[in-house]
Design a protein around this ligand. Sequence first.
Ligand code: HEC
Length: 207
Amino acid sequence: MRFILSFVLVLSAVALLTSCGAGGDNQGSEYAPNMYHSVAYEPYSQIVDEDAGRWLTSIDYPDGHAEFFNSNKFNPFRMNLREAPENTVSRNKNGWLPYRIPKDSLDYASRTLKNPLDSTAAVVADGKVLYQMYCNHCHGPKGEGNGKVSEKYNGVPNYNSDALKNITEGHIFHVITYGKNLMWAHGSQVSPEDRWKIARYVKTLQK
Ligand code: HEC
């Protein structure tokens, strides 16, 4: 009995250890591999080996390749994703080009930029949520410059001060994007659309 038990133990230990072998083109033993390897074309991963995964299935693919082959023979480098044409600039889902006004041109941004979002209650409501996430802790819930952080971080202004009460939404957008003096830039964390929503909300705090 004891012999059988230790035999089974040794056997399962061996099975466990050998099944871990994976590397290079060998993915080792996998349970339900279809869960890990997409049969559909994936934009960012190419499997160019036409035999990859042939051992797994009895399906004969009509074009001769095996299960995991996942690359496009007709595109450069067999990529699934087409490369953008030369000299094209990516736009976001709203069709907006990247923000190009440089940091030191706040006046220009204030004068020329218009908030592209409609004036709807939903935009303001989204802006409020975003403001509470990104601005509240310094600028305070009503924009009075009295957020929790301002207790230790001097110089957070009141949005209703004479200097700020008439600033444009473009001005606010620009400051969120690049920061100003003690205020750090938020452009990398907050998308342009969300920055415009926040700008719209900040204007409501000034009334
Ligand atoms: C870490 C604290 C902090 C955070 C977070 C912060 N701010 Fe500020 N903000 C400041 C400080 C400090 C100033 C004053 C900058 C200066 O010296 O002119 C300022 C200034 C401003 C101004 C006035 C700019 C001007 O021209 O004088 C606006 C508008 C503004 N912030 C909007 C925002 C918005 C919107 C957010 C959220 C996306 C935000 N800030 C997040 C600290 C912060």
